[in-house]
Design a protein around this ligand. Structure first.
Ligand code: TPP
Length: 339
């Protein structure tokens, strides 16, 4: 029998392949796979369902990830997917895979973080599953939420001349991870040395304790606007812009000088000799929202502090970065790909 390496498909190729094997038996109530959350028509609203799994070694390293933070993050990344559909989460289920390396106190700590997030985002824990795991610690959360039918936002609605916006700075989580990895190596070589994280607190906080931008969902509602497309930035800005453009059959022009990058991110980029622009485009795990909005609606939200225009949508399918040095460069998806 033929054997094809998963790498040849890539994560998104694999999702496309799976999609072709299933037909939607309830097309009148269910939208197919392809957005941050699944959409189910439940009468006067749409119900949203999303799930995210985090594996030790792939998504987190317990050498520097407090379980309290892991619990919080595992919830926040799901809430972020619901927010990306312009919805608010209501319930979560939590499934964990445990080894005997994990103590009861550690599990208490994990659930302390989960509870903290449940309180912050006003969601209830309604169930889950527990298993032993032979491949390290695993946590998978499923979240459900709701959105008014006239407020739902998919990835495929971007139109030429829409403004492309992000909701906060980029690249910080990537450098937070680099700093933690560097400190881990220092610690392994010399366990008596104290980690020097103080000035990097902002970056480390971004990778260990991401926030879901539910505040933006509220702000958009208050302003009475609905974006034309939206996605959350988990794999990297470049990859997410390409998802919006491919699914909306449009292109985009993004301005390098508009990419929001904090000073500490810039400084740390120099220290690591990595381009801050590359980190902003491809670093991933920023968990900001990326959305497009028509120009009239943009006028109504342009003074909201965390809504930052970074470019606009074009009618052709080129996705480009207008460089500070003049000229343009094609934006390619070099962000996180699990395969
Ligand atoms: N290695 C460790 C130990 N920790 C990390 N956070 C990373 C690598 C970086 N990393 C892991 S997953 C990921 C990144 C940048 C991308 C986002 O995760 P994903 O599961 O793709 O999120 P989803 O798109 O499913 O919401």
């Amino acid at each position: 029998m033929e054997r094809t390496e998963l790498k040849t498909l890539g994560e998104f190729g694999l999702i496309d392949r799976i999609k072709t094997k299933f037909t939607n038996k309830n097309a009148e109530t269910i939208k197919g796979i392809g957005d941050d959350a699944a959409v189910i028509d439940v009468g006067d609203k749409y119900m949203l369902v999303t799930t995210d799994i985090l594996f030790e070694g792939i998504h987190f390293d317990l050498a520097y990830t407090p379980l309290r933070h892991l619990g919080y993050k595992a919830v926040a990344v799901n809430i972020s997917d619901i927010a990306a559909m312009n919805g608010l989460a209501k319930q979560i289920t939590v499934t964990i895979g445990l080894s005997n390396r994990i103590s009861v106190e550690a599990i208490d700590e994990l659930y302390e973080g989960i509870k903290y997030a449940c309180d912050d985002y006003n969601v209830d824990l309604i169930g889950g599953d527990t298993s032993s795991s032979a491949s390290g610690f695993v946590i998978s959360i499923t979240a459900t939420g709701f959105v008014d039918k006239d407020k739902i936002v998919y990835r495929n609605g971007a139109k030429p001349n829409d403004i492309l916006c992000v909701t906060g700075d980029l690249g910080a989580a990537y450098f937070g991870l680099q700093v933690l990895e560097r400190e881990k190596q220092v610690y392994l070589a010399n366990p008596n040395m104290q980690p020097e994280l103080n000035e990097k607190e902002y970056l480390v906080g971004k990778i260990l304790k991401p926030e879901a931008r539910t505040d933006i969902v509220h702000e958009l509602k208050e302003a009475g606007v609905v974006p034309t497309s939206m996605i959350d930035i988990s794999d990297g800005l470049a990859s997410e812009i390409l998802h919006i453009c491919t699914q909306s059959r449009v292109g985009a022009m993004v301005f390098e000088d508009k990419l929001p990058i904090e000073d500490i991110t810039m400084l740390t980029a120099t220290e690591f000799n990595i381009s801050p622009i590359t980190a902003a485009l491809n670093g991933g795990e920023d968990y900001q929202l990326l959305f497009t909005i028509n120009q009239a609606d943009f006028e109504k939200i342009k003074n909201i502090s965390d809504i930052l225009p970074i470019g606009y949508i074009t009618a052709d399918t080129k996705v480009e970065l207008a460089l500070n040095s003049g000229g343009t460069a094609a934006i390619k998806a070099q962000g996180w790909n699990h395969l």
